[in-house]
Design a protein around this ligand. Structure first.
Ligand SMILES: C[S@@+](CC[C@H](N)C(=O)[O-])C[C@H]1O[C@@H](n2cnc3c(N)ncnc32)[C@H](O)[C@@H]1O
Length: 219
């Protein structure tokens, strides 16, 4: 039997993809360490990142979801597909990425601020805590003392039943920054799970899911 060919993308979809890639590449050229990738994450990796949303829905309240470093919105799209009624809040440093997010999603609550301000951003909206924090932040954001403090801020911003997901590229797993990042996660959360490798991502990546946030993170 002849296999059915995959449908070709429509012209509008091609234009949107080109616009997205162009924003991403320009942001990378402006600040390579901050953007940390030449291309956005794949849809499969994004779907893996948002899996804990199902458990948040089961708890019966409108889930509050914070996204750190949404970029051009691949993970945002997966969140809104999995839970169109979520209370979304994004923190993104790059103004061009934010412009793209508004063109793509319209009236999205995304602030131009560092991820470390997530607690203040939640408080400003009178949101007590988050059910899910998803992060596409690069290593640079998790480096040193600031990275350790960021894990504490994420843990403090989550409800006791909340979850935190962060992807990291598979080939970097055994390098010292990735091992330190894992140690910081284990200090901040009672449970840290690592997914299998998502091969259909450039480059292949894994997702950490951290649950049981600790209120007091050891220094
Ligand atoms: C590797 S890209 C990931 C983008 C998107 N989440 C994805 O998966 O395609 C990292 C994003 O984090 C943003 N970023 C880097 N450091 C940040 C920080 N400290 N606070 C907020 N956003 C940050 C960058 O501007 C960029 O959009």
């Amino acid at each position: 039997m002849t296999p059915t060919p995959a449908p070709l993308p429509r012209p509008g979809q091609v234009d949107a993809r080109i616009a997205e890639l162009s924003v991403f590449v320009r942001s990378f050229l402006r600040d390579p360490l901050r953007t940390a990738s030449l291309v956005p994450s794949s849809r499969l990796l994004a779907e893996r990142m948002v899996r804990p949303l199902a458990a948040a829905h089961a708890r019966g309240r409108r889930p509050v979801v914070v996204e750190l470093g949404p970029g051009t919105g691949v993970v945002t799209q997966a969140l809104l597909t999995a839970g169109p009624e979520i209370r979304y809040l994004g923190l993104e440093l790059d103004g061009a990425m934010i412009g793209h997010l508004h063109r793509r999603f319209g009236d999205l609550d995304v602030v131009q601020a560092p991820a470390s301000e997530l607690g203040a951003a939640l408080a400003a909206r009178e949101l007590a805590d988050a059910d899910l924090v998803v992060s596409g932040l690069p290593w640079q954001a998790w480096a040193g003392r600031a990275g350790h403090d960021l894990v504490s801020s994420v843990a403090a911003a989550l409800s006791p039943t909340g979850a935190f997901t962060q992807f990291t590229y598979g080939w970097t797993l055994w390098a010292p920054p990735a091992r330190r990042q894992r140690a910081d996660l284990e200090a901040g959360f009672g449970q840290v799970d690592r997914s299998s490798v998502v091969w259909r991502n450039v480059p292949p990546a894994v997702v950490y899911t951290a649950t049981r946030p600790r209120r007091e993170v050891p220094a």
